[in-house]
Design a protein. Structure first.
Ligand SMILES: Nc1ncnc2c1ncn2[C@@H]1O[C@H](COP(=O)(O)OP(=O)(O)O)[C@@H](O)[C@H]1O
Ligand SMILES: [Mg+2]
Lengths: 446, 258
C-alpha cells in the first residue's frame, strides 16, 4: 500500500517521541511508554481499512505538529472560556494541554492531583488502568500515542460515600503558536458510594489550530455514581479525540450528556464495562454540524454481569457538507441474564451534501435480555414546517424551532434544569444558519 | 373578504379543483360540504399556501390582495387561519411556547409589541376554559399524543388566540363525540363577529346544527355544484351524497334557482 505521506508523519512523530527521552514517572511507566512508541510506529495511523475508522479520515492530523511535552507551551496566552457553571464549583483548567497550577482546593474526602502526585498516592490503581489501555494495531494508534506521551494528567479520587459535587474541567487552546498535538489523561477514582459530577467544557480561541488527544479512565466502586457532562464548542480549526473508559461494579451508575457544537474533526470513543450486577451506563449525546465539520461517536458497552442496564441515545443535526458517524455496540455476555439495552440514534439532514453513517451492533449471548434499537436518518417533517408557517412563523423560524426541538430530547436529559436550559440555548445558537428548505427532498423516515 | 374566481388547482399533476367560484363577505359563515375526495381540503390547502398545490388558473382575492402571491406565513399574518383536518404532531415543541411564538410573529408583522409569557398566559386563560383545554395539554408538545378530540379543540383554541379574519375549519367535527362537538361549536360561535369570516368544511350536517351557516355550498368534482341557505345542508343529509352524484344536483340546482 502506498501511503507515503502518513508514513512520513508516523516516522516523524515516532522520532520526536523517542527524542523526548525519558519522562518523569516510575520505571514500569518508562518501559510502557517505550513500548507504546514502538506500537505506534509499527502500526501507524488508522486508515480506511481500519474497520472502526472507516468513516473518519485522519487527514486532519496531518497538519499537526508532533505531540508536545512539558509545560512550556504558551499557556499564558490561552483565553479561558466563560465557565459553564456558576462560580462556586471546583474548576480545573487545561491550557494548551497543560494542567494549570495551582489546582483548586478539593472538598473533604476528595483529592484533585496532578499526575505526578497522583502516581505517588494511587500508583497501584493507576498502573492497573494505564496498563489496561490497548496499544496494539492501527485502531489504537491514538491510545498508543497518548500512552507514549503520558506526562500531563489529572487524578481525582473520591472517598467512600463522599458526594463530591461538581468538578468542571475547562479545556482551551490558544490561537498562536505551533499546531501541537496535545495528549492528556484523566483518572476518576470513585470508591464505594462516592458521587461526582464531572463536567467538561471545550472551547478555544476562534482560530486555534491544535489537536487534543484525551483519555479519561474511571473506576466506579460499589454503588458509586458518576455524572459526566461535556459541552464542546471548539472552533472548526480544532481536532479533538477523546476516549472514555468506565469500569463499573455492582449498582454503580454512569451517565454521559455530551454536546458537540463545534470542532473540525471530533471523535469520541466510549467503553463501559458493567462488571457487577445492576450497574447502569447511560450515554446521551447530541451534535450540530455545518460546513465540513465531522463528529464521530463510538460507544461500546460490555454487559458482563446480570441485571445491568445500558442506554445509548444520540441525536445529530447535519448541515453543509458535514459528516456524522455513530457506532453503538452492546455486548451481552453469557450469564449476563436480565440485561436491558436500549439504543436510539436519530439524525436530521439539513442539506443534500451532509452525510450520516450510523451502525448499531448488538451481540446477545445471554437469556431474558430486553433489547431495543432504532436508527434513523431523515429530513425535517415538511408537514410540520407548513403547520408552523400557517400559524405565522417564518420558514426559517419554523425550521429552527423543529431542529432545536429535535436536540432538546438530549438537553432535557441534563438533570440540573438551569444547566439544561443554558446548554439548550448553546445548541440553538450553534444551529447551521439559514436552514435551507428541502421541500423537494424525501420526508423523514421512521 | 374572500373572492375566488375560476380556481383550477392540481396536486401532483392531477387536476383537483376545476373552476371553483366562491365569495365570502365579512361576518359570514359559509359551510362547504361534499363527498370524500371532492377537493375540500385541497381548497383549504390552496388558500393556506401549501407547497405542491399548484394553481393552474383563476384567482384568489383576499381583502383586495392577490392571496396567491403570499407565503403561507404572510397569509397567516394577514389574518388567514386553517384548522387542519389532521393537525400535525410536533414532538419536542411545547404547545404554549409554540402558540406564543406564533402570536408574537403575527403581532410583530402588524407592528404590535410582543407579549411576554405572563401577558400571554393572561390572554389565553379564559380561552382555555371555553375549550376545556387543561394546563397539562398546554405543557405538552404540540398535538403529540393528543386524542382526536384534543387535537381539534387545540386547533380552535389556536384560532381563538390568533383571532384571524378568515378561518377555514377543515372537518373540525370529524372524530368528535357529541360533547366535544358542542364544546368546539361553542368555541367557534363565540368567535363569530361582523369582522370575521368563517368557512366550515364538513362532511356531515351535524355540525351545522350548532354552527348555523349563512350559506351552504356543495363541492363536487372540484367545483361548487350548488349553493343555498342552511336548509341545503338538511336536504343533503336527507338524500346523501350518492343521490347528489347520481344527478340529484341538477334537480337541486333547479330548486335553488327557482
Ligand atoms: N398530496 C396529495 N397527492 C396526491 N393526491 C392528493 C393529495 N392530496 C389530495 N389528493 C387527491 O385530491 C383529491 C381531493 O382530495 P381532498 O381535497 O383531500 O378531498 P376532500 O377533503 O374533499 O375529501 C382526492 O382524490 C385525493 O386523493
Ligand atoms: Mg378533506
Amino acid at each position: 500500500m502506498n501511503t507515503s505521506s502518513p508514513m512520513t508523519l508516523v516516522d516523524r512523530w515516532s522520532e520526536s517521541l523517542r527524542a523526548a527521552g525519558p519522562l518523569p514517572g516510575p520505571g514500569w511507566l518508562q518501559r510502557l511508554r517505550e513500548r507504546a512508541v514502538s506500537e505506534f510506529s509499527e502500526s501507524g495511523l488508522p486508515n480506511r481499512k481500519t474497520e472502526s475508522w472507516k468513516y473518519t479520515p485522519v487527514r486532519a492530523f496531518e497538519k499537526l505538529e508532533p505531540p508536545a511535552f512539558g509545560s512550556d507551551r504558551g499557556v499564558q496566552a490561552v483565553v479561558r472560556p466563560q465557565a459553564l457553571l456558576d462560580a462556586d464549583c471546583t474548576m480545573v483548567d487545561i491550557a494548551n494541554g497543560v494542567l494549570a497550577a495551582p489546582l483548586p482546593e478539593a472538598p473533604n474526602g476528595v483529592s484533585i492531583l496532578a499526575l505526578a502526585e497522583g502516581m505517588q498516592r494511587y500508583e497501584i490503581q493507576l498502573k492497573r488502568l494505564i496498563e489496561k489501555v490497548d496499544l496494539e494495531g492501527s485502531s489504537n494508534a491514538f491510545a498508543a500515542l497518548n500512552t507514549a506521551c503520558l506526562e500531563q494528567g489529572l487524578v481525582v479520587h473520591v472517598s467512600e460515600n463522599v458526594h463530591a459535587g461538581a468538578l468542571l474541567m475547562r479545556w482551551a487552546s490558544s490561537a498562536g503558536g505551533a499546531s501541537q498535538f496535545q495528549s492528556f489523561r484523566v483518572f476518576l477514582l470513585l470508591e464505594a458510594g462516592a458521587q461526582l459530577d464531572f463536567l467538561e467544557q471545550y472551547q478555544s480561541e476562534e482560530t486555534a489550530e491544535k489537536g487534543l488527544n484525551v483519555i479519561i479512565q474511571a473506576e466506579l466502586g460499589h454503588g458509586a455514581a458518576l455524572g459526566h457532562i461535556r459541552v464542546q464548542s471548539e472552533p472548526e480549526s480544532m481536532t479533538l479525540l477523546t476516549s472514555t473508559s468506565i469500569g463499573q461494579t455492582a449498582d454503580s451508575r454512569y451517565s454521559y450528556r455530551g454536546f458537540d457544537l463545534g470542532g473540525g474533526m471530533v471523535r469520541h470513543e466510549f467503553e463501559a464495562e458493567l462488571n457487577g450486577p445492576r450497574a447502569f451506563a447511560d450515554f446521551s449525546g447530541a451534535f450540530v454540524l455545518d460546513n465540513k465539520r465531522h463528529v464521530d461517536n463510538h460507544v461500546s458497552v460490555d454487559h458482563a454481569s446480570p441485571d445491568c442496564r445500558s442506554e445509548q441515545f444520540f441525536r445529530g443535526v447535519l448541515g453543509g457538507r458535514s459528516r456524522g458517524v455513530f457506532n453503538g455496540r452492546a455486548l451481552i455476555r453469557t450469564g449476563a441474564d436480565g440485561s436491558s439495552v436500549r439504543q436510539s440514534n436519530a439524525n436530521l439532514l439539513l442539506s443534500e451534501l451532509a452525510e450520516m453513517d450510523t451502525k448499531p451492533e448488538l451481540e446477545i449471548y445471554a437469556d431474558e435480555v430486553e433489547a431495543s434499537h432504532g436508527a434513523t436518518v431523515g429530513r425535517l417533517d415538511e408537514d410540520a414546517v407548513f403547520y408552523l408557517r400557517t400559524r405565522g412563523l417564518g420558514d426559517d423560524q419554523a425550521r429552527r424551532m423543529l431542529t432545536s426541538a429535535f436536540c432538546r430530547a438530549v438537553t432535557e436529559r441534563i438533570e440540573d434544569r438551569a444547566l439544561a436550559a443554558k446548554v439548550a440555548e448553546m445548541v440553538d445558537s450553534a444551529m447551521p444558519g439559514g436552514l435551507p428548505g428541502n421541500s423537494a427532498g424525501p420526508k423523514a423516515e421512521s | 373578504m374572500l373572492e375566488i374566481r375560476n380556481l383550477h388547482a392540481t396536486v401532483g399533476g392531477k387536476p383537483i379543483l376545476k373552476g371553483l367560484d366562491l365569495k365570502v363577505d365579512p361576518g359570514e359563515v359559509h359551510a362547504i360540504m361534499g363527498p370524500n375526495g371532492a377537493g375540500k381540503s385541497t381548497l383549504g390547502n390552496v388558500i393556506a399556501g401549501r407547497e405542491g398545490y399548484e394553481v393552474t388558473a383563476g384567482e384568489v382575492i383576499y381583502n383586495g390582495k392577490d392571496l396567491l402571491e403570499l407565503e403561507p406565513e404572510e397569509r397567516a399574518c394577514e389574518g388567514i387561519f386553517l384548522a387542519f383536518q389532521y393537525p400535525v404532531e410536533i414532538p419536542g415543541v411545547n404547545n404554549t411556547y409554540f402558540l406564543r411564538a406564533a402570536l408574537n410573529a403575527q403581532r410583530k408583522y402588524r407592528g404590535e409589541p410582543e407579549l411576554d409569557s405572563m401577558q400571554f398566559l393572561k390572554l389565553v386563560r379564559a380561552k382555555l376554559e371555553i375549550l376545556h383545554i387543561s394546563d397539562d395539554l398546554m405543557h405538552r408538545a404540540v398535538n403529540e399524543g393528543f386524542s382526536g378530540g384534543e387535537k381539534k379543540r387545540n386547533e380552535i383554541f389556536q384560532m381563538a388566540v390568533l383571532e384571524p379574519r378568515l378561518a377555514i375549519l377543515d372537518e373540525t367535527d370529524s372524530g368528535l363525540d357529541i360533547d366535544a362537538l358542542r364544546i368546539v361549536a361553542e368555541g367557534v360561535n363565540r368567535q363569530r363577529s361582523e369582522k370575521r369570516s368563517i368557512i366550515v368544511v364538513t362532511h356531515y350536517q351535524r355540525l351545522l346544527d350548532y354552527i348555523v351557516p349563512d350559506r351552504v355550498h356543495v363541492l363536487a368534482d372540484g367545483k361548487i355544484a350548488a349553493s343555498g341557505g342552511a336548509e341545503l345542508a338538511l336536504k343533503l343529509e336527507e338524500q346523501g351524497y350518492t343521490w347528489l352524484e347520481q344527478g340529484g344536483i341538477q334537480a337541486l340546482d333547479m330548486e335553488i334557482r327557482a
